[in-house]
Design a protein around this ligand. Structure first.
Ligand code: TYM
Length: 336
């Protein structure tokens, strides 16, 4: 069992990242180690090229996001934690896979379509090629499981398509086919301002998300102001149909408590949003404040750099055999 996942170090870690992905990374660490497997988690800093950032902002975002992952419970004695740019094999394999990936496949990616919008000619090549780099991230380590939120499913299907075609074209079994591991309950946490948009780092409104760095007052204010509708909460999940904002808040509560949405509605059904929102805010503060405290202690500490440097050395060693096999399968002689 080899588990790998990544996060873009741009902006804050938010509740969607946490419930959709990071909490599962932390939970899987022990399970994977017990099975004699290996977990790798990384900061996708090369992926951040598709967003404009200053040099300073990019550097700070990397170490801040790494500190946030450690604060959430990613333990460098159990998992390999590193940043992508420190392991050149990622960029190298991306280039090799560029020979396999098809323009038509990339043109169908919803993230590309959403982010490029109408101005495709003005979008960067990095944005278009983003899913090929993501395929390289995964395939480089013979990854078997990729814990991600629902929005990454299409990119992982593409990684599988690339692996299948590369293996078939070269007649060698160079790559393992990875499986996405998507949490059943919190795969898609939505914006607090609009139940039809996912909670996202790039939403211009900070009121749309709960950041893991928000203090108790900010969390309470964001939940109090979260968009809802005038009806009281329904008694069961069927009653959430057509009420995306209510559904999202119930999903968050259920995920935090590790119970079903029906169990949450059995408690709050029939009530107005007021008391439910107060309970949700309290529950969020209990879950997030220890993470925030740890984060503030770790932020900008040399310990974080040391973890990333050590992680990159270990990741580079794990990647080397697959990269060598990929070069060789293509008949290329690398200078490595
Ligand atoms: P990123 O940085 O957008 O998000 C990191 C993880 O958080 C999940 N996520 C969510 N889950 C539920 N609800 C939400 N609102 C929400 N928003 C984000 C994402 O699904 C993801 O699991 N392309 C990736 C980074 C990446 C990667 C990889 C992932 C690069 N290479 C290889 C896996 C394997 C990304 O931008 O994630």
């Amino acid at each position: 069992m080899r588990v790998l996942s990544g996060i873009q170090p741009t902006g804050n870690l938010h509740l969607g990242n946490y419930l959709g992905a990071i909490r599962n990374w932390v939970r899987m660490q022990d399970e994977v180690a017990a099975k004699g497997g290996q977990s790798l988690y990384f900061l996708a800093d090369l992926h951040s090229l598709s967003d404009h950032m200053t040099r300073e902002a990019r550097r700070d975002a990397l170490t801040d996001m790494a500190a946030a992952l450690v604060a959430c419970g990613i333990d460098s004695t159990k998992s390999v934690l590193f940043n992508q740019a420190r392991v050149p094999a990622h960029a190298e394999l991306c280039w090799l896979l560029n020979g396999t990936a098809r323009m038509g496949w990339l043109n169908r990616m919803t993230q590309w379509k959403d982010k490029a919008g109408k101005n495709r000619d003005g979008a960067s090549v990095a944005l278009f090629d983003y899913p090929v780099l993501q395929a390289a991230d995964v395939l480089l380590y013979q990854t078997t499981h990729v814990p991600v939120g629902d929005d990454q499913k299409q990119h992982l299907e593409l990684a599988r398509d690339i692996a299948v075609k590369f293996n078939a074209d070269t007649g060698r079994e160079v790559f393992t086919l990875p499986e996405p591991t998507i949490p059943p309950a919190a795969a898609r946490i939505m914006s607090l301002r609009d139940g039809s948009a996912k909670m996202s780092k790039s939403d211009p409104s900070d009121m749309s998300r709960v950041n893991l760095t928000d203090d108790a007052d900010t969390i309470a204010q964001k939940i109090r102001k979260a968009k809802t509708d005038p009806e009281p909460l329904p008694g069961d999940v069927a009653g959430l149909e057509g009420r995306p904002e209510a559904k999202n808040l119930i999903t968050i509560m259920a995920a935090l408590d590790d119970r079903s949405a029906d169990a949450v509605l059995a408690e709050y059904g029939g009530a107005n949003f007021g008391p439910f929102k107060a309970a949700l805010a309290e529950r969020l503060v209990v879950a997030l404040s220890p993470i925030r405290e740890r984060y503030l202690g770790l932020r900008r500490s040399p310990e974080i750099d040391a973890i990333l440097i050590d992680g990159a050395t270990r990741a580079g060693a794990l990647a080397a055999p697959t990269l060598a096999a990929a070069y060789d399968a293509l008949g290329l002689v690398s200078g490595r």
